[in-house]
Design a protein around this ligand. Structure first.
Ligand code: NAD
Length: 262
């Protein structure tokens, strides 16, 4: 029983909720899976890298957290449909989807080929459509509503000459977030996005080992440090939780204040 009427003891509290985290084997997705599990959710990681996902599940088990993982390429419609159906069958419901899986590839714009364009759009943008649609159909049928959080990027506000394709896909994610909020609101499904700044994960570690790039990023970040996966996870859990019950179509920048400069 909470000492404060109307406020759950565990806040946010995902007890009894079924949460799907795409790309949850590593980085920000892994930390989100961990925190959702800690907040009481039945968490399933969908990741193309089944071996890393398996190791992530073992590591979380050592912390006393029970998380499931399924191998899935989120850019493939049939794999996504099967995975969502399997999760619903196993957990009895679907409540939250965090569309986090993504690939990052820097390339000289004049040298980038069609294959890189297609891969960047498939994994970073089409997957959001496929996963959200499969999730949304199941939640619509359940009638209890749900929440989707998408991983955009500060790349929607400012970018670099070598990340045109990545920034384009993430701009699409932000637009899709606003439009899906309209389409899914009537079914009780909220849709929001996080836009992380530079967060030290495998995705960008090598890029920010360059001391000049790192110093420039720090210099342009009012909070004076690069982000940690937990900085983003806190925002993802907020947007997915009942604390954000009246928030939909929003993009929350988790960037230490950097977008304020632009
Ligand atoms: P990460 O590379 O550590 O993790 C990405 C995960 O996605 C990996 O586990 C990978 O196996 C998985 N994945 C890749 N392709 C997949 C596919 N086709 N199907 C299923 N899983 C797939 O990345 P991260 O840094 O934790 O980034 C998480 C999210 O945050 C991404 O959407 C990324 O674009 C976004 N983001 C990150 C940063 C940053 O600085 N790290 C900045 C802005 C936005």
């Amino acid at each position: 029983m909470s000492p404060v009427p109307g406020v759950p003891v565990r806040d946010p509290d995902f007890t009894g909720r079924s949460v799907v985290v795409t790309g949850g084997a590593s980085g920000i997705g892994h930390e989100c899976a961990r925190r959702f599990a800690f907040a009481g959710a039945a968490v399933t990681i969908l990741d193309i890298d089944a071996a890393t996902a398996g190791r992530a599940v073992e590591g979380l088990a050592r912390e006393g957290l029970s998380v499931a993982a399924l191998g899935c390429d989120v850019s493939k419609a049939d794999e996504v449909r099967e995975a969502m159906a399997e999760i619903e069958a196993r957990t009895g419901r679907l409540d939250v989807l965090y569309n986090n899986a993504s690939v990052f590839a820097a390339a000289d714009f004049l040298e980038a080929d069609e294959a890189l364009f297609d891969r960047t759009m498939s994994v970073n943008l089409k997957s959001v459509f496929l996963c959200s649609q499969a999730f949304g159909r199941i939640v619509r049928a359940s009638g209890h509503g749900g929440a989707i959080v998408n991983a955009a990027s500060v790349g929607v506000s400012y970018t670099t000459p070598d990340t045109v394709l990545y920034a384009t896909a993430k701009g699409g994610v932000q637009s899709m977030t606003r439009a899906m909020a309209l389409a899914l609101g009537p079914h009780g499904i909220r849709v929001n996005a996080v836009a992380p700044g530079t967060v030290v994960t495998e995705m960008v570690r090598e890029r920010f080992e360059d001391p000049v790039r790192r110093a420039r990023a720090l210099d342009r970040t009012p909070l004076g440090r690069l982000g940690e996966p937990g900085d983003v996870a806190g925002a993802v859990l907020f947007l997915a939780s009942d604390n954000a019950a009246y928030v939909t179509g929003a993009t929350l920048f988790i960037d230490g204040g950097r977008t304020g400069l632009y």
